[in-house]
Ligand binder design. Structure first.
Ligand code: MSP
Length: 511
C-alpha cells in the first residue's frame, strides 16, 4: 500500500430526485477513487445524503410524508442511481443516522468549548433554496424590483434567536491558509473568488434555527436545531468515526479531496476550514470545485422541465459511454453543455472508432492469424518500442494529472496512445504481413495487444465494465489489472477468448 486516500462528494439534499449534476460529481469522485485504488492506495470514498433542514421538511410535507419516511425514500433512490452509474463508494452516510448525529453534536461541543459559539439573535436575509444567509449588499434587484440572492433564489427576512459561530475571528487565518496552501481551493479562479470574499470581511455566522424542528438539536439547548450546513459539513468527520479517534477509520482524516460544485465552494472553502480550526482539527488537503452542466444550451431547472435523470441517458446510450462523456466533454473545473449530438459524436468517434475498432481489428487478427493465443513479444523494432514506451508512461503521467484533478487531460493522454496505436497499425499493416512475414506480423500484433492492455488498464477508473471486457479479451487475469501489474508482461501462448466488440456505434433509431 502506498498510503491512505480519502475522497468525498457533497452529500445530496433529499428534497429532489437525483439528477445528472449529482451523477457528475459522483462519477468524478469515483474515477479518482478507482484510480487511487489501482495505484495501490487504501482508499475511503464517501458519499451520502443531506437529510435535515427546512427545505427537506417542506418537501416532505408537500409529499404528505413524515420527513424521515420521505428521506428514506429519496436516499434509497440516490443509492439506486449510484448502482446504475457503477459508483464504487465505500460508505454512504445519511445525516439522520445516529453516528452522524453524534459526530455533528461532538463537533458543535468542541467549537463551543473553545469559546467560538455564542447566543444572539439573527436578523437578515435567508434563501431557503440555497439554505444560505446573504448579506444585504450581495442581493440582486430584479427588473420587477424584487430582490433575490446572487444565485437567483428568493430571499426572506428572518428574525429569530440564534447561536452564532465567531466566523469573523477567522478571516486572517483563512487568508493565510489560501496564501500558504494555495492547493487548498482549486481551481485558482475559485480561490481568488473565495479570498476576495474573505478580504471584504466576514460576519459571524448564524448556526442554529428555532423556526422549524427537522434538524439535529443543539447540544444543551433543544429549542434550537443546527443550521443545516454545519450539520452537513460534519458528515466528513462523522463517517470516519469522529469523535471516536480510536476508530480505525479516523486514520483517514484529514480528507485528501472534497469534490464540490462551484455553487457550494463558499461553504467548503470558508465555513468548513473555519469550523475545523475552531474545533482544533486538521484541515483537508483540497476543496476542488467543478463547473456546471447546461442541458441542450439551457440551464437545468425544474421549471424548464429539463432535469436529466442520468439513468435515462444510461438507458439510451449505455453506462460507460455516459461516464466517458461526462468526464471527456467538460474540462474538469470548467462548465459545459450536455446534448445528444455531443454524446453521439463522442461515442461514435472516440469510443467506437478510435478505441473499439482498434481493439476489434487487433484481436480479430490474433484470433484468425495467431491461433487465438497471445503471440511472443519477439524481436521488436524501434517503431514497436516507441509505441510501447509511450504506453508505459501512462501510469506516471496520469497519476500526476489525477493528483492535479486534471481528469479530462488524463483521458486525453490515453487517447494520444490510442491514436498512436491506430497510426501504428496502419503503418505496420499486419494484415499484409500475414503473407510476406508472418513472424513479424505476430510481433506487431503482440505490440498492439500490449498497448491495448495498458490502455484498458488505465481506463478502468473511467469505464470499469467495458475495460473489464477489454482486459479479459487481451488475456489479463483479475490479478493482472493494477497499474503495477503492467510491468509484468502476460505470458505468450495464453489462450484469448473470442473477440467481441466493446463499443457499438450509436445509430439513431428510425423516426
Ligand atoms: N446538501 C448540499 C451539499 C452538502 S455537502 C456537505 C447540496 N446538495 S445538492 O443536492 O444541492 O447537490 C449539489 C451538488 O450537485 C453540488 O456539487 C452541485 O454543484 C451539483 N450540481 C447541481 N446541479 C448541477 C449541474 N447542472 N451541473 C453540475 N453539477 C451540478 O448542495
Amino acid at each position: 500500500m502506498t498510503g491512505r486516500y480519502y475522497v468525498t462528494t457533497p452529500i445530496y439534499y433529499v428534497n429532489g430526485a437525483p439528477h445528472i449534476g449529482h451523477a457528475y460529481t459522483s462519477v468524478a469522485a469515483d474515477v479518482v477513487a478507482r484510480f487511487k485504488r489501482l495505484a495501490g492506495y487504501d482508499v475511503f470514498f464517501l458519499t451520502g445524503t443531506d437529510e435535515h433542514g427546512q427545505k427537506v421538511e417542506q418537501a416532505a410535507q408537500a409529499a404528505g410524508l413524515e420527513p424521515i419516511a420521505f428521506a428514506d425514500r429519496v436516499s434509497s433512490d440516490f443509492r439506486a442511481m449510484y448502482d446504475a452509474m457503477n459508483v464504487s463508494y465505500d460508505d454512504f452516510i445519511r445525516t439522520t443516522e445516529p453516528r452522524h448525529i453524534a459526530g455533528a453534536s461532538a463537533l458543535w461541543e468542541r467549537i463551543a468549548a473553545n469559546g467560538h459559539i455564542y447566543l444572539g439573535a439573527y436578523e437578515g436575509w435567508y434563501a431557503l433554496r440555497d439554505e444560505s444567509f446573504y448579506n444585504e449588499d450581495e442581493l440582486v434587484t430584479r427588473p420587477d424590483g424584487t430582490r433575490v440572492a446572487p444565485t437567483g433564489a428568493p430571499v426572506e427576512w428572518v428574525r429569530e434567536p440564534s447561536y452564532f459561530f465567531r466566523l469573523s475571528a477567522f478571516g486572517d487565518k483563512l487568508l493565510e491558509l489560501y496564501e500558504t496552501r494555495p492547493g487548498f481551493v482549486e481551481p485558482s479562479s475559485r480561490r481568488n473568488e473565495v479570498a476576495s470574499f474573505v478580504r471584504q470581511g466576514l460576519r459571524d455566522l448564524s448556526i442554529s434555527r428555532t423556526s422549524f424542528r427537522w434538524g439535529i438539536p443543539v447540544p444543551g439547548d433543544a429549542e434550537h436545531v443546527m443550521y443545516v450546513w454545519v450539520d452537513a459539513l460534519a458528515n466528513y468527520l462523522s463517517a470516519v468515526g469522529f469523535p471516536d479517534t480510536a476508530n480505525p477509520r479516523w486514520g483517514y482524516w484529514p480528507a485528501n479531496l472534497h469534490l464540490v460544485g462551484k455553487d457550494i465552494v463558499r461553504f467548503h472553502a470558508i465555513y468548513w476550514p473555519a469550523l475545523l480550526m475552531a474545533a482544533g482539527l486538521e484541515l483537508p488537503d483540497c476543496v476542488f470545485s467543478h463547473g456546471w452542466w447546461t442541458i441542450e444550451g439551457e440551464k437545468m431547472s425544474k421549471s424548464l422541465g429539463n432535469v436529466v435523470d442520468p439513468r435515462d441517458l444510461v438507458g439510451e446510450f449505455g453506462l460507460d459511454p455516459v461516464r466517458f462523456f461526462l468526464m471527456r466533454e467538460m474540462p474538469f473545473g470548467g462548465d459545459s453543455d450536455l446534448n445528444r449530438k455531443a454524446i453521439i459524436t463522442r461515442m461514435n468517434v472516440e469510443l467506437a472508432n478510435d478505441l473499439g475498432n482498434l481493439a476489434q481489428r487487433t484481436l480479430s487478427q490474433v484470433a484468425r492469424n495467431c491461433g487465438g493465443v497471445l503471440p511472443e513479444q519477439g524481436a521488436r523494432t524501434e517503431d514497436d518500442l516507441a509505441l510501447l514506451a509511450q504506453a508505459a508512461l501512462l501510469p506516471t503521467v496520469m497519476h500526476g494529472q489525477i493528483d492535479r484533478r486534471a481528469l479530462t487531460d488524463a483521458l486525453e493522454e490515453v487517447w494520444r496512445v490510442v491514436r498512436a496505436c491506430n497510426a501504428y497499425i496502419d503503418r505496420q499493416a499486419p494484415w499484409a504481413l500475414k503473407k510476406t512475414d508472418p513472424e513479424r506480423m505476430a510481433v506487431v500484433l503482440r505490440v498492439l495487444v500490449d498497448a491495448l492492455r495498458a490502455v484498458g488498464t488505465m481506463l478502468q477508473p473511467y469505464m470499469p465494465a467495458s475495460m473489464d471486457a477489454l482486459l479479459t479479451q487481451v488475456g489479463a487475469g483479475a490479478d493482472e489489472r493494477s497499474f503495477a501489474a503492467l510491468e509484468t508482461p502476460l505470458p505468450a501462448g495464453r489462450v484469448l477468448p473470442a473477440p467481441q466488440g466493446i463499443f457499438p456505434r450509436y445509430v439513431e433509431p428510425e423516426a
